[in-house]
Design a protein around this ligand. Structure first.
Ligand code: IPM
Ligand code: MG
Length: 371
């Protein structure tokens, strides 16, 4: 049998550890029942790493992440660390992982499960059956552009600078992933920027258009300004298939898309690097879209499904285990259809359950499906 797959688990802060605990039960289930085995190691990130080592990500943990076949990430941050200087904040741990692992392609699916179509704040007919994918550029743009910083001017006032910057290769590589993903779905890509006011937007549009003509002319390509895209996402989200956009617009539009589905507690994401032509491998990190939710941490009420669906994405994208990923996704659908809900997706007539009970239910369903 092939060597075990190296999996690094970074649960982080807030609800991260408690949702991860449920997912690790499922990882264990896969080892026992499906012979999908991992060499599993765990590390600290975010506030947890700060408390233990004085930095949100140690060099050792970063090296482990780079050496792993995949990283399963929880969430970082909390009020305890809010007043720290920028460079020490828990979030820096995550940003450093993204940057140093060169995880430029961030896939954020927004899927409405039939059982949850009424949990959205939007009308059922607008969101029922929704299945779109936001592809966010993750290692460039204003998140990392130089110069950046705050300076004090001679007159005592301050001046802050962030820089939005993109190069042709940076745009091209993420656009290529976008076209390839669209080809496997409904063959439609919407490229989103603000070419009406930003130079990066002009270059973005030009680069995507050229790549389309050269390599992907059979994919239906549209361009949209980011503000209009935000509006279209709540007006008629089903017009989209894959949306490709920059780091900052992707951050905002993916939160917007997430809420169409009724709960941030349901949404997974994958952050992928380039495929190494020699080994065929790519760096990859999987994380729920939700944050550390410090207000509900430690109460066993958080929804573990986004973390679990992140693990399903990990099986699908890092290990080509589509059947196993399907198994998890179908188990989740069945459990939801049976009426179990954590607080975040609670509906009248459903049964409110704890994080642990949701984990139990998924495991029971997996047992049934594998029997
Ligand atoms: C996200 C988050 C992060 C981001 C934060 C935690 C740094 O909002 O993954 O969407 O802004 O990218
Ligand atoms: Mg965000």
């Amino acid at each position: 049998m092939a060597a075990n797959k190296k999996l690094l688990v970074l649960a982080g802060d807030g609800i991260g550890p408690e949702v991860m605990k449920q997912v690790l039960r499922v990882v264990d289930w896969f080892a026992k029942r499906r012979a999908v085995r991992f060499d599993l190691s765990e590390g600290l990130v975010g506030g947890a790493a700060l408390d233990a080592h004085g930095t949100p990500l140690t060099d050792k943990t970063l090296a482990d992440a780079i050496a792993a076949d995949a990283v399963l990430f929880g969430s970082v941050g909390g009020p305890k660390w809010d007043d720290l200087p920028f460079e020490k904040k828990p979030e820096r741990g995550l940003l450093r992982l993204r940057k140093e692992m060169d995880l430029f392609a961030n896939l954020r699916p927004a899927i409405v499960f039939e059982a949850l179509a009424d949990a959205s704040t939007l009308k059922r007919e607008v969101v029922a059956g929704l299945d779109i994918l936001i592809l966010r550029e993750l290692t460039g743009g204003v998140y990392f552009g130089e110069p950046r910083g705050i300076e004090t001017l001679p007159n005592g006032t301050k001046r802050a600078v962030d820089t939005q910057v993109y190069t042709t290769p940076e745009i091209e590589r993420v656009a290529r992933v976008g076209f390839e993903l669209a080809q496997k779905r409904r063959n439609k890509l919407t490229s989103v920027e603000k070419a009406n006011v930003m130079h990066t937007g002009v270059l973005w549009r030009e680069t995507v258009t050229k790549l389309h003509a050269k390599e992907f002319s059979k994919v239906e390509l549209g361009h949209m300004y980011a503000d209009n895209c935000a509006m279209q996402l709540v007006r008629n989200p089903k017009q989209f298939d894959v949306i490709v956009t920059d780091n900052l617009f992707g951050d905002m539009l993916s939160d917007c898309a997430a809420m169409l589905t009724g709960s941030l507690g349901m949404l997974p994401s994958a952050s992928l690097g380039a495929v190494d032509p020699k080994t065929g491998k790519r760096h990859a990190l999987y994380e729920p879209v939700h944050g550390s939710a410090p207000d509900i941490a430690g109460k066993d009420i958080a929804n573990p499904l986004a973390e679990l669906l992140s693990f399903a994405m990990l099986l699908r994208y890092s290990f080509d285990l589509a059947d196993d990923a399907d198994l998890i996704e179908n188990a989740v659908k069945t459990v939801l259809a049976g009426g179990m809900r954590t607080s975040d997706i609670m509906q009248a007539g459903s049964a409110r359950v704890s994080t642990t009970t949701m984990g139990d239910a998924v495991l029971r369903q997996l047992d049934k499906m594998a029997a």
